[in-house]
Ligand binder design. Structure first.
Ligand SMILES: *[C@@H]1O[C@H](CO)[C@@H](O)[C@H](O)[C@H]1NC(C)=O
Ligand SMILES: *[C@@H]1O[C@H](CO)[C@@H](O)[C@H](O)[C@H]1NC(C)=O
Ligand SMILES: *[C@@H]1O[C@H](CO)[C@@H](O)[C@H](O)[C@H]1NC(C)=O
Ligand SMILES: *[C@@H]1O[C@H](CO)[C@@H](O)[C@H](O)[C@H]1NC(C)=O
Ligand SMILES: *[C@@H]1O[C@H](CO)[C@@H](O)[C@H](O)[C@H]1NC(C)=O
Ligand SMILES: *[C@@H]1O[C@H](CO)[C@@H](O)[C@H](O)[C@H]1NC(C)=O
Length: 683
């Protein structure tokens, strides 16, 4: 709080010197003519009344730039060697949500004041066409608060040196060395507190260093050093300044003060002199000093209270612009709290990868709902949340669990779904010998899920990949109709666009073998998971069953063996006691094998699957082997995967299943140490 008050008072000071030893010094940016003439602000950057340079506010998808108006000479001649330079600046990042920054800012040296950058992960610096091009002549030190896999970011709180590219040449977690000792202390960029950064380039030894500190004194040890000759990167005349952007999530990005020096050490900024209230005039008597101090204190307190109130209001149920764009109904937090009886444990229906699901009854309409609560610590959760409401709000199909509405309160994210009276499919087909589904019910559920999935793939304006089709995501309403739920992992991509490479998510046994290799979820990887679902519904077994003998461990292999030996129906769920339609059962099993083919190209599309299920088309008489055993090309990915799973995580998972998580749910996104997480979108 004090920090915010401190920011309220600024003064400005400026020094200019001839080219080769140019110095800039802004201790705050008072909004007067000199600053206006010396700084070029573009996009939404502006100088606030109190003298803070505000690059962006916390509205989504903005960018802001501020450059020193005149070009700065970096070389004696166009092919000369770049001079040494040094800069210090104080930044503050105040995120819209307490723990979620978006996106970041960068100290920038560029050939032009008018960058044609994009917001979000591009930080307003570059765009998709020019990223990485050596003709950019762009140097940036980024302060990035979002982990972007496309640009190989190490985490969501890092400092990196970027040359012509958004992929940092070196980067490290934001941190500083305490008291010049060996102890490194982490710094949270998006804490909202002022952080001073020093960037020094020593041209005689081609060394570039970056140091950070929450105080006025420069630590002796930098956190980043990079040996690089900037001569090919920087032109003779360049513009220096700052660039920032916001994405889906947003922060306000501020620069409080800046000093820059060519061929010399930049003066560090005195944090206390940046914000402190101008003291009483020297000639004042003790009395007037007392009065002024009291007055100043009152002003400070008043400002603090005002800021606190604004802060409170901002954190309360304020509806942001982007929230208006989101389709379904927005519930009030109160309503949902009442509906779920204050999120009582007794109302808990289950626990998903990203949050808990509660049963509730809406106070006015008395409609029963399921409320998924995503905890705010999980950044993953928010990302899912945003994608979930933006994408599924407008999806409507009788075989999809309908999203009725949602609510955000501070970090708490709540999604309201239709309540499904009969819970999830896995409770019926696995383990419990006392509950059963007839063949007719099973066949009906399969047909329902298939048509829901077809709608996602082809029926909507965008292709929606479900990414996590499995029995526990199939929910049953009071009439035992199957509905696909949990679109938390859904990502959209435009029809015809290349599915973007992202982290591998899904559940072991339902993951198509190409997924860990390519990292690209496609409609055919959904078909693969649907194939696994078909087999488990028919056989009453999980796709990988640790309790089975080794030849039965992998369900699809076991079904294939039986198919090859001409005794396919032997695999049918014993709980059915032989009471099933033989033609349908054969069709489901063959279709299961068909969909489980290791080669994505060999799998049918969901449209074909639905036509098979509706009897409009016959499943091919001969199904080819899902794995090509000879030559070893095909099986490898999945088998290695299963083997390493079997040898390394077996015990962990058997105990996992006995503690109630029967699903062996393995959302790789949440297992950061799993070898698969190394495959995150970097092919
Ligand atoms: C920058 O500031 C200085 C000092 O106030 C002033 O003399 C100069 O005209 C300003 N403008 C430019 C473009 O340097
Ligand atoms: C942020 O700036 C944009 C552009 O100036 C403006 O439209 C928007 O209302 C601002 N948002 C907030 C929260 O002040
Ligand atoms: C630039 O030119 C000046 C004067 O000619 C010279 O003293 C200086 O060493 C040169 N700097 C570099 C980096 O070449
Ligand atoms: C780099 O940019 C230049 C000039 O804009 C362009 O001619 C060239 O094709 C670009 N190179 C690549 C690899 O995109
Ligand atoms: C910096 O990184 C970019 C992008 O990865 C690469 O093209 C460039 O060669 C690197 N430059 C240096 C000096 O390492
Ligand atoms: C600092 O942050 C990094 C990355 O998030 C983490 O691995 C490390 O444990 C943290 N160190 C301390 C001292 O908190």
């Amino acid at each position: 709080m004090a920090r915010l008050c401190l920011l309220c008072f600024f003064f400005f000071l400026f020094l200019a010197a001839p080219a080769a030893s140019q110095q800039l010094y802004f201790s705050g940016f008072q909004d007067d003519a000199a600053v206006a003439a010396n700084l070029t602000l573009t996009d939404i950057a502006k100088i606030e009344q109190n003298g803070i340079l505000k690059l962006t506010n916390d509205t989504s998808r903005l960018q802001g730039h501020a450059f020193y108006s005149s070009p700065v000479r970096f070389k004696n001649s166009s092919d000369g060697k770049v001079f040494s330079f040094s800069t210090a600046f104080v930044i503050a990042v105040v995120p819209e949500y307490p723990t979620l920054g978006g996106h970041g800012l960068a100290f920038t040296i560029a050939p032009s004041k008018n960058l044609r950058g994009l917001p979000s992960q591009y930080l307003g610096l570059l765009n998709a066409k020019d990223v990485g091009n050596f003709t950019n002549h762009l140097f940036a030190v980024e302060f990035d608060t979002v982990q972007d896999f496309e640009f190989a970011d190490i985490n969501d709180n890092h400092v990196g040196i970027n040359l012509n590219h958004m992929i940092s040449n070196v980067s490290t977690t934001a941190s500083y060395f305490v008291d010049d000792g060996p102890t490194k202390q982490n710094l949270t960029l998006k804490s909202g507190r002022p952080i001073q950064a020093w960037v020094d380039y020593d041209s005689s030894v081609n060394s570039l260093t970056v140091a950070l500190s929450p105080s006025s004194t420069k630590p002796k040890k930098p956190i980043l050093s990079f040996n690089v000759d900037l001569s090919p990167i920087l032109d003779e005349f360049m513009y220096v300044g700052f660039s920032a952007s916001t994405g889906l999530l947003a922060s306000s990005h501020y620069v409080l003060g800046w000093s820059f020096s060519m061929n010399g050490q930049a003066r560090s900024l005195d944090l206390s002199s940046l914000p402190s209230v101008p003291g009483p005039k020297k000639k004042h008597t003790a009395f007037t000093i007392g009065i002024s101090v009291a007055a100043v204190l009152i002003v400070i307190i008043a400002i603090c209270v005002a800021v606190l109130i604004i802060w409170k209001i901002k954190n309360a149920d304020i509806i942001e612009a982007w929230e208006h764009e989101i389709g379904p109904h927005r519930y009030s937090y109160k309503e949902l709290k009442k509906a779920t009886k204050r999120f009582r444990d007794k109302e808990l229906l289950g626990r998903g990868g990203f949050g808990k699901v509660y049963k509730g009854t809406l106070p006015n309409s008395k409609i029963q709902v399921a409320v998924k609560r995503i905890s705010h610590e999980s950044k993953q959760g928010l990302r899912e949340f945003v994608s979930e409401i933006a994408s599924i709000g407008r999806l409507r199909h009788r075989n999809l669990v309908q999203l009725l509405g949602w609510c955000r309160r501070r970090g708490d994210l709540l999604l309201v779904y239709d309540f499904m009276a009969n819970g999830s499919l896995d409770n019926y087909i696995f383990d419990d010998p006392d509950v059963n589904l007839s063949w007719q019910q099973r066949f009906g559920i399969i047909k329902g899920v298939a048509s829901g999935l077809l709608y996602l793939h082809e029926g909507y304006e965008q292709v929606v990949i479900h990414r996590d089709v499995k029995a526990s995501n199939v929910l049953l309403d009071s009439e035992m109709n199957g509905k696909l739920g949990d679109f938390g992992l859904a990502r959209l991509y435009e029809h015809g666009a290349n599915p973007s490479t992202t982290r591998v998510v899904g559940t072991l046994g339902y993951l198509a073998p190409e997924l860990p290799r390519t990292g690209k979820a496609t409609t055919s990887s959904d078909v693969y998971a649907f194939g696994a679902l078909l087999l488990e519904v028919a056989c009453g077994r999980r796709p990988i069953d640790p309790k089975s003998s080794s030849e039965e461990l992998v369900l699809v292999d076991w079904v294939w063996e039986n198919y090859r030996e001409g005794k396919l129906l032997d695999v049918m769920d014993p709980k059915l006691k032989g009471d099933f339609n033989v033609v349908e059962a054969m069709m489901i099993l063959k279709l299961g094998l068909f969909c489980s083919n290791d080669s994505a190209a060999a799998r049918p599309s969901m449209r074909q699957v639905v036509r098979f299920l509706e009897g409009e088309m016959g499943v091919p008489e001969e199904i080819s082997a899902p794995k090509v055993m000879e030559g070893g090309r095909n099986g490898e990915g999945f088998d290695d995967f299963v083997n390493s799973f079997a040898s390394s995580s077996f015990n962990k998972f058997s105990s996992y299943s006995s503690t109630g998580n029967k699903d062996m749910d393995m959302s790789f996104a949440s297992f950061s140490t799993s070898p698969l997480s190394l495959l995150n979108g970097r092919d």
